[in-house]
Design a binder for this molecule. Sequence first.
Ligand SMILES: [Zn+2]
Length: 303
Amino acid sequence: MENNINRITQAEQYLLDKIRLGNTQAWSEFVDRYRGRLLSFARSKLLQAEDAEDTVQETFVSFIKNLQTFRGDCALETYLFSLLRRKIVDTYRSQKTSHICLIQDTFSSDAEESASDPFEQIAGHEQTASWYFKADEQLNLQKNALTDALCEVVESLKESLNFRDLQIIELLLYCHISNKDVAKIMDINDKHVALIKHRCIKQIRGHIETIPSGPSSAEFENLLTDIWKMQRFSCPKRSTIGAFFLGTLDKNWHDYIDFHINKIGCQFCLANLEDIKTENAKKKDTKFQSKIMESTVGFLKKP
Ligand SMILES: [Zn+2]
């Protein structure tokens, strides 16, 4: 299952290596690839268009400055979003605005604004920080085992097209909301939610039986949320979001992605969707432009 984990890909690594060597073309390609989705994200959070552009620009500056220390623990897109979120928080702080939602507008509950490291920001919960961020080789192995286990659970739900359970697990762990609220959203009873959660946690816990002093139950769930946010197991690929936009997905998948983007309101996927829409409109514009040109150019006065 390792392939499905959102760590940095070989192609991305190759591009980064070129950037590290100072290749301008590679850097330009990189900026071009991520600029649009970051801008959509910033625009959804900031009122002023100039502020949005400024923060995206600062994000790229920050990325290039810290390139040597980027560890590749999560996907590039997730890393860029985390840098951008920090810039947005800084902007809000300087404007003295009291609250900003960082992950999901709909269900976000925790205040993650104060973390200084972008990875801490993704991680959030202070309770787990001590356990999760302990620089301990043994724990690192366990963290990787947990990441693999959680990935396996999510992938097997996708493979069996069990989108209902996936939605429940996603609401519980990615959005970190209570059994009771999940039951309400999914229109099923609390006991059923608890059962599905229990099954899932048991399956995952099976992978870390060897931890001598493992985290408590609440800590464990927070930890799974941290890992999910970092790896974004349930976020569809950009190409899938594109197919969703074009309406070419199977109904099962279409409904699931609709849930992820529109019901959960995953800000990262929303930003991608907005960017895809803009790209598409531009393409249409260019096509329309050529169509007009083709049909009119012949009428132009010959020099
Ligand atoms: Zn997402």
